[in-house]
Design a protein around this ligand. Structure first.
Ligand SMILES: Nc1nc2c(ncn2[C@@H]2O[C@H](COP(=O)(O)OP(=O)(O)OP(=O)(O)O)[C@@H](O)[C@H]2O)c(=O)[nH]1
Ligand SMILES: [Mg+2]
Length: 669
């Protein structure tokens, strides 16, 4: 358990820690000379139970609130110290507000220096305390009168702390991934660079590989002190001193506010969405692009605040969502608390809880996004995930979702099973869908295809990009192909060359079209197959309109029966395979694997112009590569336009399928 002090300057915080633990935490010469606390002080208090209570003593000076903030992060319980002579003072209130913004609810109010106050004064100050704490997390906290001088009340305070130690709830994040927020760095002979701070989640062991974030320095844990004792392991809720070794590790490379974490959690961000509360005592509302000082754990970063509501600003006393755009990247997690101070660091103005580490820059305040933010803000992680999944986005990147919450590494797998999620994997992305959301996406795809086929009987299928844009939710271009693959393997649809179609759909020509096409195909084949007539010549020969010939030829091209080698110039695919074989054979006979247009033209007995068109077609398809007057076969695409081995040479359409490297699938399926 870690206990922090809080309260106005000179109210007796350091004296109280010393009276309890015997440790004077004001170590600096300047602290001794001025009689005030300047840096965080640490003391450890071993209890008869064997447990150790850690104390973090903070300064009360109004200029040192940032240090108080650094110390208040990660404490389990606060001793709010109010001197009986002074009563409640400005930093009593400011620290109280900060504790409240940090979500701290366990605390004891110590009416210190009670030797200086009679009964009436004590009652008066207790009244002030009750008034000040009303409505905060400390509203129910006991008030104990204590004197560090006479010792009055110290026994009761110690007993209250021991009770609190027994009643300590398990630390949230105990089973998560390791994070330690750094509040101090120093170098120690024999140990090297040592960082201290609170383990906010997970655990660390000697020998572990860790990362200093946001800087991104790798390090190994050489040794650990947990709660001031040499240890093999430090766990959530412990104050630890960790000796780090790594090429980039030094006292200057790990500033206060850094986070030492399990490497998989390293994900610095400069933009985050959060809940925000503007303190009721503030005079000015939070408008668009308000400059703010953001305190996150022991760190602080300047930034701008964007209220995420239709009509800013956010008035004093109000809470809402806001986007924080920071000047430097930070290492934070969803659920972390933060505190806002004004830009010149004279006032605490508000704070809240981080909700999203990779929020959108645009359309960030739509009603849909606000609903999503409400879902993301749910502190119950499973409930949060379920409502985001049920929302308009329909899916969540599971690895990122749980990384951003520093959850245990096996959480995605566990949750996938518990919620029966459908997981679509696309590279590093693991998108989880609720079964019903996935089913409705698939139904949407089938309906879109059904509509498309009804309206486009001649088309073999819809282009994947067009289908992607027709579906809701609209999946990212990165995710969509994997989703299509899954639907195809489920049998909902077929990926046919570059088209998506229903399994039942095929381009059916009317019997009249079929007859006409057969007449056209006959003209394209035979001895003239290497120089077939162009669309206009076919139309003239068969007394058809050019448009009709073109339409049927394009349909045949989609079905894989012909290739359009040049505009309006269609070749049967069997002839294309033959020509590709000739190209390959020519290249083979040349010692350098080269062939020329002339050689190719002679073999086809074609005109030079047509020969060039054909070779340019092969260049475009990747079979050949042109270098000046020569061409060579692209070794990676040599398998284009080949007959499957053992297949008989096709007489007429349909042509043999293309093998490796060509269109992803053949007709049929
Ligand atoms: N009479 C009396 N004086 C006290 C008591 N506790 C502390 N003092 C005196 O009050 C002064 C301030 O005490 P500190 O403990 O340094 O106060 P602090 O809250 O730590 O001050 P900062 O850290 O600078 O905010 C010192 O001169 C103490 O001797 C007490 O119980 N009774
Ligand atoms: Mg002090």
């Amino acid at each position: 358990m870690i206990v922090g002090t809080a309260g106005h300057i000179d109210h007796g915080k350091t004296s109280l820690v010393r009276a309890l633990t015997g440790v004077d935490t004001d170590r600096l010469a300047e602290e001794k000379a001025r009689g005030i606390t300047i840096e965080l002080g640490f003391a450890y208090w071993p209890r008869p139970s064997g447990q150790v209570v850690g104390f973090v003593d903070v300064p009360g000076h109004e200029r040192l609130v940032h240090t108080m903030l650094a110390g208040a992060t990660g404490i389990d319980l606060v001793l709010l110290v109010v001197a009986a002579d002074d009563g409640v003072m400005p930093q009593t209130r400011e620290h109280l507000a900060i504790l409240d913004l940090l979500g701290l609810e366990r605390g004891i109010v110590v009416m210190a220096k009670c030797d200086l106050a009679d009964e009436a004064r004590r009652r008066e100050v207790e009244g002030q305390i009750r008034a000040a704490t009303a409505g905060t997390g400390l509203a129910e906290a006991p008030v104990l009168a204590v004197s560090a001088v006479t010792g009055e009340g110290l026994g009761e305070l110690a007993a209250a702390l021991d009770d609190a130690l027994v009643a300590s709830p398990p630390r949230p994040g105990a089973d998560g991934r390791f994070r330690l927020t750094v509040d101090r760095v120093f170098s120690l002979a024999g140990a090297g660079t040592v960082v201290t701070g609170t383990v906010v989640s997970g655990a660390v062991r000697v020998g572990d590989q860790v990362m200093v974030s946001p800087a991104g320095h790798s390090a190994r844990v050489r040794s650990i002190h947990a709660q001031n004792r040499l240890a093999e392991r430090g766990a959530a809720g412990d104050r630890c001193a960790i000796a780090l070794v790594g090429p980039d590790i030094s006292t200057t490379s790990v500033p206060r506010g850094s986070v030492v974490l399990e490497p998989s959690l390293h994900n610095p961000t400069r933009r985050l969405d959060a809940t925000v509360t503007l303190l009721a005592g503030e005079r000015k509302p939070l408008g668009q692009w308000t400059p703010v000082r953001v305190h996150h754990g022991p760190g602080e970063t300047l930034g701008r605040l964007v209220p995420l509501r239709e009509a800013p600003p956010i008035a004093p006393g109000e809470s809402d969502f806001a986007q924080l755009v920071l000047e430097a990247p930070v290492a934070v997690a969803v659920g972390d608390r933060y505190v806002l101070r004004d830009i010149s660091a004279t006032r605490t103005i508000g704070g809240g809880r981080i909700v999203d580490l990779s929020p959108p820059e645009r359309r960030r305040r739509t009603p849909e996004r606000r609903d999503e933010l409400a879902a993301l803000a749910d502190a119950d992680v499973l409930a949060s995930l379920t409502s985001v999944l049920a929302g308009p986005r329909g899916h969540v990147d599971l690895e990122a979702f749980f990384r951003d919450r520093a959850a245990a590494a096996d959480t995605p797998a566990f949750v996938t099973e518990a919620l029966d999620l459908v997981v679509i994997t696309a590279g590093p992305l693991k998108a989880g869908f609720l079964p019903q959301s996935w089913a409705s996406l698939r139904t949407g795809a089938v309906e879109a295809l059904t509509r498309f086929h009804a309206e486009n009987r001649d088309a073999p299928g819809i282009g994947p990009e067009r289908l992607r844009k027709a579906l809701s939710p609209r999946l990212s271009p990165q995710l969509f192909p994997a989703a299509l693959q899954r639907m195809a393997s489920d049998g909902a649809l077929v990926l046919d060359r570059s088209w998506v179609r229903l399994p039942t759909h095929s381009v059916k020509l009317s019997s009249e079209d079929e007859r006409t096409w057969n007449r056209i195909a006959k003209l394209l084949g035979g001895s003239e197959r290497f120089r077939p007539p162009r669309v206009r010549d076919v139309a003239d020969a068969l007394r058809l309109s050019e448009a009709q010939v073109r339409r049927l030829a394009k349909l045949a091209a989609k079905r894989g029966e012909v290739d359009e080698i040049a505009p309006d110039h269609f070749f049967l695919q069997a002839a294309v395979v033959e020509m590709a074989d000739i190209v390959r054979a020519l290249a083979k006979t040349d010692p350098d694997g080269k062939l020329t247009v002339i050689q190719f033209r002679d073999r086809l007995d074609n005109g030079r112009k047509v020969a060039i068109h054909i070779l340019e077609f092969f260049d475009r398809q990747g079979l050949t590569m042109r270098r000046g007057d020569f061409r060579t076969i692209n070794p990676h695409k040599a398998g284009l336009f080949t007959r499957p081995s053992g297949a008989p040479a096709p007489k007429m359409a349909p042509a043999a399928g293309r093998s490796a490297g060509a269109a992803p699938s053949r007709r049929g399926a």
